[in-house]
Design a protein around this ligand. Structure first.
Ligand code: ADE
Ligand code: ZN
Length: 346
């Protein structure tokens, strides 16, 4: 389609972006656990949270870095014990995603956060997979799961997790790497990612969030990552930018997350406009919406308000999200056609 969007007003653009089909490619299901649901599930399971009530829990969300967030995030996940809990968590997210016109959600889950507490792998996957299936049937949202390895744990433990996942392979499309980046370079997981790729699984990895550009190169070379989650620190190394541009590697950027975890001081300081100007294949996502202040549409709304982004930039971000998904090409074309229709009506 012709990409002259210069006539679209700022208010109209926000409405168009909200209505447009989009893919959520960087979303941790454990990070969608709102305090109210955490207390409800905690109450029915007899698991106490380290806060008196949901409001106090929310007030504790003043993070200084990634680790200060992860400490609370892992503590809250302790309420999740039964298959129904995982279903309720994922269903609550998928209903909200549908309202944001998320056409495709590729959802991270952290099995080790749960198996370490004695929750069986199958309990986690069965609950999540049931919500994914119901979202397809009832919400028209195409969702899929990506199993993440926790990088602060060992590669041996990642291999054990992969082994446990074997009977449930049909329920996830790929593997990812998350948790604390500092001191846990991608190279630590070279062997397990090689095995996953040999099994035909997609590979993605968090890199260049708190870690240096070399972490991005490591994720590509050592892990065979097809997408880089965050990747915002790439701009510190022109050679890494050149490679990401040349190979059209998607960066799943999460502006609210980056501000909450102090990668950038303010949304107005985010390097998203520079990522786009460099020709990088960036798209916008919510990471852990229950903790970082909003959904994927909120991230678009906030970024458009705080940053010098044009309507053409918004279109590019939306289109990149769809084209960076692991959907079948025919499905991508269907959603991009719909995106074009939404913008053409603008
Ligand atoms: N787990 C959940 N959110 C994360 C993030 N932003 N970085 C690394 N691990 C995470
Ligand atoms: Zn993340």
């Amino acid at each position: 389609m012709p990409h002259d969007f210069s006539h679209i007003s700022a208010a109209r653009l926000t409405a168009l972006v909200a209505a447009a089909p989009k893919a959520e490619l960087h979303l941790h299901i454990e990070g969608t656990l709102e305090p109210e649901l955490a207390f409800e599930i905690g109450r029915r399971n007899g698991v106490a949270l380290p806060f008196p009530d949901p409001a106090a829990m929310r007030r504790a969300y003043a993070f200084t870095d990634l680790q200060s967030f992860l400490d609370i995030y892992y503590a809250a996940a302790a309420v999740l014990l039964h298959e129904q809990d995982f279903f309720d968590l994922a269903w609550a997210y998928l209903v909200k995603a549908a309202a944001d016109n998320v056409a495709r959600a590729e959802i991270f889950f952290d099995p080790q956060t749960h198996t370490a507490r004695g929750v069986p792998f199958e309990t986690v996957v069965r609950g999540l997979a049931r919500a994914v299936e119901r979202a397809r049937a009832e919400l028209g949202v195409s969702a899929a799961l990506i199993m993440c390895f926790l990088r602060h744990l060992s590669e041996r433990e990642a291999f054990e997790t992969l082994e446990r996942s074997e009977p449930y392979r049909e329920h996830f499309i790929g593997v990812g790497l998350d948790s604390g980046e500092r001191g846990n370079p991608p190279e630590k997981f070279t062997g397990v990612f090689a095995k996953c790729r040999a099994l035909g699984l997609h590979a993605v990895a968090h890199a260049g969030e708190e870690g240096p550009p070399a972490s991005i190169t490591g994720a590509l070379d050592a892990l065979g990552a097809e997408r880089i989650d965050h990747g915002v620190r790439c701009l510190e190394d022109p050679a890494v930018v050149a490679r990401l541009v040349r190979d059209r590697i998607p960066l799943t950027v999460c502006p609210f997350s980056n501000v909450k975890l102090r990668v950038f001081d303010r949304l107005a300081d985010h390097n998203l406009p520079r990522l786009l100007a460099a020709g990088l294949r960036a798209s916008l996502h919510s990471d852990d919406p229950a903790y970082f202040g909003g959904s994927v549409n909120d991230n678009y709304r906030g970024s458009l308000a705080a940053l010098p982004l044009t309507a053409a930039d918004a279109y590019t971000l939306l289109r990149n999200s769809l084209e960076s998904s692991f959907l079948e090409p025919s499905e991508v074309i269907r959603h991009v056609t719909r995106l074009d229709e939404v913008f053409a009506a603008g």
